[in-house]
Design a protein around this ligand. Structure first.
Ligand SMILES: [Zn+2]
Length: 140
């Protein structure tokens, strides 16, 4: 019974208060104004694509009638491809609006970093930051 044993852990209870990093997803670097502008862009894009698809569907109906005649199949193919890409963009735009409603908008799906505002202003429905997008396209 000589020296009183002191546990080496000089634990400081306040040391655990620093837990800023627990929040997970980083907050996108977008201001309220940016988000409002982007939402506007997405809405515009959505109605534009919907209108485009509506016209394409209307056109394809007459195309079916015309196909009894001499409608070139390559032209019909182009139309189908255009409609497919319009539908894809529309789905992306709707997904982006959904993410916005859930407060998850503007974060790269791959690296989880905020997507640059300048990029979003050009491609408001972007899921990936420009770096990850390049990687994806290169991997195709
Ligand atoms: Zn990324």
């Amino acid at each position: 019974m000589s020296r009183p044993y002191r546990p080496s852990s000089v634990s400081r209870p306040w040391g655990e208060v620093v837990n800023n990093q627990v929040t997970g997803v980083p907050k996108p670097a977008l201001s309220v104004e940016d988000l409002a502008a982007l939402r506007e862009l997405l809405h515009e894009q959505r109605s534009f694509r919907r209108e485009q698809l509506r016209q394409m569907t209307a056109a394809s109906r007459t195309c079916v009638d015309a196909s009894r005649g001499q409608w070139s199949s390559s032209r019909a193919e182009v139309r189908v491809r255009l409609a497919a890409s319009a539908r894809m963009v529309l789905a992306d735009v709707e997904a982006a609006l959904e993410r916005m409603a859930q407060g998850r908008y503007g974060v790269c799906h791959l690296c989880r970093r905020p997507i640059a505002c300048e990029r979003l202003m050009i491609v408001p429905q972007a899921r990936y930051c420009s770096r990850c997008q390049q990687v994806r396209e290169a991997g195709r």
